[in-house]
Unconditional design. Structure first.
Length: 643
RNA sequence: GCCGCCGUAGCUCAGGGGUAGAGCACUCCCUUGGUAAGGGAGAGGCCGGUGGUUCAAAUCCACCCGGCGGCACCA
């Protein structure tokens, strides 16, 4: 390397030499004025940096522009949007304290401690000011401060929260401070070179409360959510996506399709209507069949159980506040919030030999939990629900193979509903837990080894395990992008100990079984909610509560229609008759809106020829088929997966 | 549970101190029409609940209940 020279390698492989040092800005300018104008940041050896970064050594550099599809660019824009938001708030409401403002999926937020809470009208004002700040084209400059100086500075300008955040950083670490206009914020960066580069493809979305440092013991801050994109077009597409998601909302569709309802007199409990219950039973029947094949034994346990059992299991101590109780015969009973202690009771009644293990005990267990009011959400998070629960009693040696068998079963089931990219999270020991650390080491080790053996990709979810053991969570996403834990597998060495479960081993001695708690749907209610949103109410034929409507064009076809209906029913299809004195247009519209997958339209012609005009949901045209053929097609399609 | 917003007919929503409104659905009548709304008439309300202010409250205020969006929680 020559003295005073620096070689920069560009993504196309070309090398450029400069007098050193050179800033990224000048590098971009040297390549071309167009690029310099579009430049947002640098990627030095693959790492995102400020555009103004001074290059001192030979390296490879990429100029990052908004044209890039990479998510990193979006993160950069969104992070800047958060800073512009904070600047706008400080200008409009100088007494407001700022805290943190990260980029998140689809947007960003910033948490403020305002003197007066913001109103929706304030949000409009703030957004308007943000656009002005962008137009001002303020330079965004990075400085490095010494920590104590930074703490002092933010204390002096009345930013207590900021000072606290900085005070928690080690003293010897330099503090990155970004300055734009009169606003400065602690930040690791990188950031855009100026506010103008943010562009105008952003929008403030909603106000919400959020606890300082995510702890409900702390004061509540006010969070402003926004979204930001590379272009107006992307922003519009996102807003359209949200509207589309709203149309899929299971609460809306549940009402429209007459599946279920919720009401004040039974908060968090579902009133299943005939159609919703038909769907429910279809799912239950499907899963029961799968479980039978997988050698599960189905049981049923009591709803009301003496608190003594919950005390013994440890649930009373941890969740007593969230259990519904009732008094009778001078005893306190709890509506069961889960099934495991009851299953151990059955185990203890006589499953005594190692020859019985693994023993897979299943129950569609109706459970009640007094969930915090703010947690309730449609039928996804309720107070009365049914788990497709099972407990596998096994030996330590069997954990691995049982985990593999279960994961295969779960993925097989999920595949039948089109869920192929399931998020898997590994949640390890929580801060408050039952059982010795040695047991946790064993349980976590066994589960980790088992999940590794399945080759299913997973992410760590530290500290989020159940109080009695680590768990795998199988997470599905609803229409709005919210994650819901559905399937789960939990390794438990604690409960068998507490409830004194034993079996006699090959050696003739007493041993403690391990319990694997597992569910595939998680809760019937939640899974149905997810399915409604996944299919936008247009269920595949095998799931649709109403599979076929036979609709007449004229009452001259009534008798034939009745005959068709009886054939459909005789073949086990869920069908109904529409003989109303309405035009066929009207009937087609109504049953289409009700999302009935198939309509058998019959008029005079069909009655004479013994045919069916088949109209499928979502299709403009219909097919005229012989009754037998129409029936055969439908029966083929209505087959339950795996049966 | 916490912060903010909301609650009017079965549903979707307008109104906003002085006799409660629309569309759809519902009931009845006419219409027998060939693939996404044929026409007419009728019925339907403790304006979430309780208290207060007022000559007068669906409307303003307070509290409660419920819903929505987040946060916290999720055995």
């Amino acid at each position: 390397m020559e003295n005073g020279k620096i070689n920069i390698k560009l993504p196309d492989g070309s090398l450029r030499a400069f007098e050193k040092p050179i800033s990224g800005e000048d590098l971009a300018l040297d390549i071309g004025p167009g690029l310099a104008k579009a430049a947002l940041a640098l990627r030095i050896n693959g790492e995102m940096k400020d555009l103004r970064t001074i290059l001192e050594e030979d390296t490879s550099v990429e100029i990052v522009t908004a044209r890039e599809e990479d998510d990193e660019v979006l993160e950069l824009l969104r992070h800047d949007a958060a800073h512009v938001l904070a600047e706008a708030v400080k200008e409009l409401y100088p007494e407001t304290q700022v805290t943190i403002g990260p980029a998140i999926a689809d947007g960003f937020y910033y948490d403020f401690a305002p003197v007066e809470p913001f109103t929706p009208e304030d949000l409009e004002k703030i957004e308007k000011r943000m656009h002005e700040i962008v137009d001002r084209d303020e330079q965004i400059l990075r400085e490095e401060w010494q920590r104590d100086k930074a703490v002092e500075f933010f204390k002096n300008i009345g930013e207590k929260y900021k000072a606290q955040i900085i005070a928690d950083i080690p003293a010897d670490q330099p503090i990155g401070i970004y300055r734009q206009g009169d606003f400065q914020d602690l930040c690791r960066g990188p950031h855009l070179p100026s506010t103008k580069k943010l562009g105008h493809a952003f929008k403030l979305m909603k106000l919400a409360g959020a606890y300082w440092r995510g702890d409900s013991k702390n004061e509540m801050l006010q969070r402003v959510y926004g979204t930001a994109w590379r272009s107006e077009k992307e922003l519009k597409a996102y807003l359209n996506r949200l509207e589309e998601a709203e149309r899929r909302d299971h609460r809306k569709l549940g009402k429209e399709m007459d599946l279920f309802h919720l009401q004040e007199e039974a908060v968090g409990m579902v009133f299943w209507h005939e159609k919703g219950w038909t769907l429910y039973r279809t799912l239950e029947r499907y899963l029961r069949h799968k479980l039978e094949i997988a050698d599960y034994k189905e049981v049923k346990t009591p709803q009301l159980v003496d608190r003594k059992l919950w005390e013994a299991s440890g649930h009373w101590e941890k969740f007593g506040e969230h259990m519904y109780t009732t008094e009778s015969e001078e005893r306190t009973f709890a509506l069961k919030p889960m099934n495991c202690p009851c299953h151990v009771q059955i185990f203890n009644q006589g499953i005594t030999s190692y020859r019985d293990l693994p023993y897979r005990m299943a129950e569609f267990g109706s459970c009640h939990r007094y969930e915090p009011s703010g947690a309730l959400h449609g039928i996804m998070r309720v107070r009365g629900f049914t788990q497709d629960d099972a407990h596998i009693f096994c030996t330590e040696e069997q954990i691995m193979s049982e985990t593999e068998i279960f994961c295969a079963l779960l993925l097989d089931v999920y595949k039948d509903f089109g869920f192929t990219d399931v998020k898997v999270k590994f949640s390890d020991r929580p801060p408050v837990r039952a059982g010795e650390d040695a047991i946790w080491d064993k349980a976590e080790g066994a589960l980790r080894e088992a999940i590794e053996a399945t080759n299913i990709p997973y992410t760590m979810n530290p500290g989020e395990g159940a109080f009695y053991g680590p768990k795998l969570e199988f997470v599905l996403t609803d229409a709005i992008g919210r994650d819901w834990q559905c399937g789960t597998l939990q390794v438990d060495f604690v409960l068998p100990e507490r409830l004194n479960a034993n079996y006699i081993g090959e050696d003739g001695a007493k041993h403690r079984p391990v319990m694997l708690h597992r569910a595939i749907f998680g809760s019937m209610e939640r899974f149905i909610g997810i399915l409604i949103e996944e299919y936008a109410g247009r269920f595949p034929l095998w799931l649709a509560p109403e599979q076929v409507v036979v609709a007449t064009i004229t009452d001259e076809a009534d008798n034939y229609a009745r005959e068709v209906l009886s054939v459909l029913k005789a073949n086990g299809l869920r069908a109904s008759l529409d003989l109303r004195n309405e035009k066929i247009n009207y009937k087609v519209r109504e049953h289409s809106l009700a999302k009935v997958p198939a309509m058998f339209v019959v008029g005079k012609r069909e009655a004479e020829e013994r045919t069916i005009s088949v109209r499928r949901l979502g299709e403009k045209h219909q097919k005229v088929l012989a009754l037998d053929d129409a029936m055969a097609d439908l029966l083929e399609e209505a087959k339950v997966p795996g049966q």
